[in-house]
Write a protein that binds this ligand. Structure first.
Ligand code: BEZ
Length: 203
């Protein structure tokens, strides 16, 4: 199976980590996707939204977005590996994952707003508001040790780890470790896993 990705994308990294944790090999193809520069070939062949990650299965079917791909990979591995197959725990896990994913969306949009958007059009109050959402999410993970528990990472933890890696990569001075020491301790172990080591952003 082929994963269309970008080396800096935390969403693509989440898929790569999930695949490696599940023992599913993926071939990587770097795809150029940038706002205002439509990659029509990618849109026609894979994802009309021109967003990565997108997975092309061995049957040639395209799957997106990152959450759909991760759930597909979990099902391919037999189900119930990265999140409970059913019951309240599944919905709890999907909600924690949605929180980590939403924080990641906020971080990526801050990056676009502060680097890609032409300077006169940048909106600092909007950037601050996105950052405030990230802090609120980090505070939630700090206050919920059960969301960081377990010997192997689950879907929400993988999403959280990829967010933290992205913060280190793009917002190295934001100071998240000082504010969330328990999350920082947890991440210090998580980031040593081969699945995280082999998918460092930009690598
Ligand atoms: C980045 O360069 O920060 C980035 C690239 C692709 C997707 C998301 C973020």
């Amino acid at each position: 199976m082929k994963l269309c990705h970008a080396p800096a994308s935390p969403f693509a990294r989440k898929v790569r980590v999930c695949a490696e944790e599940l023992g599913i090999p993926l071939t990587l193809e770097t795809v150029q996707v940038a706002p205002t520069q439509p990659n029509r070939d990618f849109a026609d062949a894979v994802n009309p939204l021109r967003k990565i990650p997108a997975l092309v299965t061995d049957d040639g079917e395209a799957l997106y977005d990152s959450t759909v791909i991760c759930l597909y990979l979990d099902a391919r591995a037999g189900g119930g590996k990265l999140l409970p197959a059913e019951g309240p725990g599944r919905w709890r896990m999907l909600t924690a994952h949605a929180l980590a994913n939403g924080m990641t969306e906020a971080a990526v949009t801050i990056r676009y707003e502060s680097v890609v958007r032409p300077e006169p059009q940048r909106w600092q109050a909007w950037i601050d508001d996105q950052m405030d959402r990230i802090w609120a999410g980090l505070d939630w993970f700090e206050r919920h040790p059960e969301a960081r528990a377990g010997a192997t990472p689950d879907l929400a933890q993988i999403a959280l780890g990829c967010l933290l890696g992205y913060l280190d990569f793009r917002f190295a001075d934001c100071g998240w470790r000082a504010r969330c020491p328990a999350v920082a301790d947890w991440y210090a172990t998580m980031r040593t896993r081969p699945s995280f080591q082999r998918s460092e952003p930009g690598g």
